[in-house]
Design a protein around this ligand. Structure first.
Ligand SMILES: [Zn+2]
Length: 415
């Protein structure tokens, strides 16, 4: 979307460098300011600036106050027409289970029906579409993958119209992180099933301990949003029962035999009679916790009557990972992730650039300073900005993004 022009970048960098070549007290001021910003943004009070949480909102408020101090023009105009540095965008903080969730799996001999307990042996995916699905036949469709390019089709010969599809999690090339099958995530599988006419998907969990399976975590997918049809995760032992596998070991055998299919290596062939001898009825009732997150936008008009219509965006994301979890290098830690380098450093750098550009007012083109929110959750803030720009996109000639600039130590990566 943005064209990066290296010369502008070099301009900014040389500007920062030239500051340190200036009189000692000027360099001192720059260093003090940068230090002050980084210290506040990465302080315990801001609790790791997780988007949607109070700490991130404090950070946005801080940047907004600084922009006001530097007398930048507020970039956003609210519905009330009032200018504001904060550009709000919708954000799903999480999902809650509603009261109506239900899964019933009735085998041919209904006396053998298992009691399904949410959170114990089944769970709607946190990013499942809601739905109310009448009792439908269950059809087994391997991993639920169809790919012409990979010459692989789990649906070959199957009729799944108005049925519920049972699939394994993962793909036939499990364990290979570079596999071309890797792109078949749950969203893609749900779309394939929907296109085939299926009503919902039951996904057999990969972990034996159901509660520790990632699909049972009820976490929302902010990057991809909801699935195309309702999707629930099912405990492995129940998957085994549905497939007549008897136990989990036999289930793992079935999983392996399908996995081998992609190489057409002969293997034990399990005869699974589709549709399975069972019907399923399900109701998914999830309530999203909707909130707002913010980009912070400050504009410094250019001083050239013509060139000022063109803008350069100087941006950095201000959010970080809060107390860990998804995206963290220490997934199971519950400590504050302060994110001094990622990206209090970049945020502080744009604040200091804003202060100095605003003081000197020598810029011919307009400069738009943006502290983006929601970066760690999938570039949500910058996506929102591109779809809701405060300046015509074709008049934004360059975007310079500063991410993790606190530990360059003589090494600078431009990419
Ligand atoms: Zn970053």
């Amino acid at each position: 979307m943005f064209i990066t022009k290296i010369y502008s970048f070099i301009l900014v960098i040389s500007f920062i460098l030239s500051v340190s070549a200036q009189k000692p007290q000027v360099a001192d001021t720059v260093e003090q300011n940068l230090r002050k910003h980084v210290e506040y943004l990465s302080s315990d009070k801001l609790e790791g600036r997780r988007t949607g949480e109070q700490g991130a909102t404090f950070a946005a408020g801080y940047v907004s106050n600084m922009f006001a101090q530097y007398k930048l023009k507020a970039g956003h105009r609210g519905t009330n027409g009032k200018p504001n540095f904060l550009q709000p965008f919708p954000y799903v903080a999480g999902v809650n289970l509603g009261p109506e969730n239900l899964l019933r799996i009735v085998p041919a001999d209904s006396a053998n029906e298992n009691k399904m307990e949410i959170g114990v042996n089944w769970m709607p995916l946190g990013y499942s579409q809601n739905g109310d699905i009448a009792a439908s036949q269950v059809v087994f469709a391997g991993f639920g993958i169809v790919s012409e390019g990979l010459k692989y089709d789990d649906y070959a010969g199957l009729d799944v119209k108005d049925k519920i599809v049972l699939v394994f999690d993962g793909n036939p090339d499990a364990g290979n992180p570079h596999s071309e099958f890797g792109r078949f995530n749950i969203h893609t599988k749900a779309s394939i099933a929907r296109d085939k006419g299926a009503r919902a998907i039951l996904v057999i969990a990969s972990e034996s301990d159901f509660k520790s399976d990632r699909l049972a975590a009820l976490s929302y997918d902010r990057t991809l949003g909801e699935t195309a049809i309702p999707v629930v995760a099912l405990m492995r032992s129940h998957g085994a029962e549905l497939l007549g596998a008897g136990n989990e070991k036999a289930l793992a055998e079935i999983e392996r035999s399908i996995a081998i299919k992609k190489d057409t290596t002969p293997s034990v062939q399990f005869k699974i009679a589709n549709p399975l001898n069972a019907t399923a009825r399900l109701k998914i009732d999830l309530a999203k916790r909707q909130t707002e997150a913010y980009n912070v936008i400050g504009i410094l008009e250019g001083n050239d009557p013509l060139l000022k219509n063109e803008a350069i965006v100087i941006g950095a994301h201000y959010d970080h990972l809060g107390k860990g979890g998804q995206g963290s290098l220490a997934v199971n830690s519950n400590e504050i992730h302060h994110g001094a380098d990622d990206n209090a450093s970049g945020t502080s750098a744009i604040l200091e650039l804003a202060r100095q550009f605003a003081k000197e007012k020598k810029n011919k083109r307009t400069i738009i300073f943006i502290a983006f929110g929601g970066e760690e959750e999938g570039l949500l803030g910058s996506k929102y900005f591109v779809n809701n720009p405060v300046w015509p996109l074709d008049k934004i000639v360059t975007m310079i993004n500063l991410d993790m600039v606190g530990r360059l130590q003589g090494k600078l990566t431009i990419g």
